[in-house]
Structure formats: structure tokens, C-alpha cells
Design a protein around this ligand. Structure first.
Ligand SMILES: Nc1ncnc2c1ncn2[C@@H]1O[C@H](COP(=O)(O)OP(=O)(O)OP(=O)(O)O)[C@@H](O)[C@H]1O
Length: 225
């Protein structure tokens, strides 16, 4: 299979539970893919394997033709920091930092100067329509605003793939749709692919296509028109 990010025949067990049993997927640059399927079918495990967080028992994950399992832990974390972004159900923002500082943090960790990092972070807050929360701490903003801060933080470094696990799971449907609209628009603008685990068809409707995971196997469905 060709693609920016390709998984071939992944298997993964946790004790006697087989979470993945021969899952293969291919993600192209810039596409938004929804990963759907029943609870416990292996969606999060697939996402974690694709992102190099969990090592599969067998099978391969290739990013730009580099085999993730052939990399050292250090190389894999450098890849995650440099090329991947993450958005989870609860934004996992640093509570002591302001929202602007949270978005600037990955740039600071990459060695950018404070002023430059904050200027770029401010641009991302504007794109996600949350300039008003710049000076607030995560505990002082709404769930939807917090998720938009998390999206800005995932994209600010120019990530090529953003992994999102139930990013709207804690939001009501109106806020969830707003986050998805801004998230997918921002990812499309910057050319990042999005791999999105969700239970909700309304959230999956923002994707270009769906992958359905059942009993640890992945089924690619046709692209949305
Ligand atoms: N760290 C772990 N330790 C033990 N079992 C695990 C672990 N992670 C996942 N599992 C098991 O592997 C199977 C697949 O889990 P996974 O979280 O990938 O499913 P999922 O489709 O994302 O589920 P959900 O939609 O409920 O989040 C489940 O039976 C789960 O209990």
C-alpha cells in the first residue's frame, strides 16, 4: 500500500484480549479520516499504533516509508514531536499556563524564541476563533474553547498528521460541531491529515472517508463525495 501513513496487518493483544487482529489502513497526505466502530473494537489501539505510542505485536507501520518499529524510542518521539499532533477527549492543556502559552509551548520546546512562539500561537487562536481566551487559564474557559486551544496546539508546529481520539466526546452537539468545523478547516488549510476516532456519525460527517474497525480488523469505506 502507498500513502503518507500506512499500517499493514497489525496485531496487538493485551493479555488474553486481542485488540487488533490484522488491521491494515493507509492514510494519504491532507485527508481527514474518521475511524468508527463498536466500543472495544480496537479503534484507540489502532490510533496509538499509527502514532507510534503503542508498539504492535506484529505488522508494520510506515510513515513516509520509514518503519516505526525500526526506530529507536528517541527517534520515534522526535517523529511524534516534529510531524504529529494530538487532540484527546479532554484537551490535556497545562493548567498553570494561559491558553496562549499552551499553544506556544510546542514551539518553545522546539527552541523558538518566546516572542516568535507567542506571535504564531496568537495566529492559531485567531484561526480557531478564540482570541478572547488568550490570557485565560484552561480552568477558566469552556469545554469547546479548551478543545479549540488543543487543536491550535496540535497544528501550531506544522504537524503533518493530527491524531484525535473522541475530540468532541465531552461536548454537547452544537459545540462538538463547531470544534469539528474549525478543526477540519484549519487542518485542510495547513495540509495536515487527520485521523479521528469517533462514535458519532455527525462528527464523522466532517471526514473525507471512514474506516470501520470491527473485531480488531479495519475496513476502508468509500470516500464521501
Ligand atoms: N492498555 C490496555 N490493557 C488491557 N486491555 C486493553 C488496553 N487497551 C485496550 N484494551 C482492550 O483492547 C480492546 C480494544 O480496545 P480499544 O480501546 O482499542 O477499543 P475502542 O474501539 O477504542 O473502544 P471504545 O470505543 O470503547 O473507546 C478492548 O477489549 C480493551 O478492553
Amino acid at each position: 500500500m502507498t500513502g503518507l501513513l500506512v499500517a499493514v496487518e497489525l496485531t496487538k493483544s493485551f493479555g488474553s484480549t486481542q485488540a487488533l487482529s490484522g488491521a491494515s489502513v493507509s492514510i494519504d497526505a491532507g485527508e481527514v479520516v474518521a475511524v468508527m466502530g463498536p466500543s472495544g473494537s480496537g479503534k484507540s489501539t489502532l490510533l496509538h499504533c499509527l502514532a507510534g505510542i503503542v508498539r504492535p505485536d506484529s505488522g508494520q507501520v510506515r510513515y513516509r516509508d520509514q518503519e516505526l518499529s525500526a526506530m529507536s524510542d528517541g527517534q520515534r518521539s522526535a517523529l511524534r514531536r516534529g510531524e504529529f499532533g494530538f487532540v484527546f477527549q479532554f484537551g490535556q492543556l497545562v493548567p498553570e499556563l494561559t491558553c496562549l502559552e499552551n499553544v506556544a509551548l510546542p514551539l518553545r520546546l522546539d527552541g523558538h524564541r518566546r516572542k516568535d512562539a507567542q506571535r504564531r500561537a496568537a495566529e492559531w487562536l485567531e484561526r480557531l476563533e478564540i482570541t478572547d481566551v488568550a490570557g485565560k487559564r484552561p480552568g477558566e474557559v469552556s469545554g469547546g474553547q479548551g478543545q479549540r486551544v488543543a487543536v491550535a496546539r496540535a497544528l501550531v508546529t506544522g504537524a503533518r498528521v493530527v491524531f484525535a481520539d473522541e475530540p468532541t466526546g465531552a461536548l454537547d452537539s452544537l459545540n462538538g460541531e463547531r470544534v469539528m468545523r474549525l478543526f477540519t478547516a484549519a487542518a485542510r488549510d495547513s495540509g495536515a491529515a487527520v485521523v479521528l476516532v469517533t462514535h458519532e456519525p455527525r462528527v464523522a460527517a466532517y471526514a473525507d472517508r471512514e474506516i470501520v474497525v470491527r473485531d480488531g480488523k479495519a475496513l476502508d469505506l468509500a470516500r464521501h463525495t
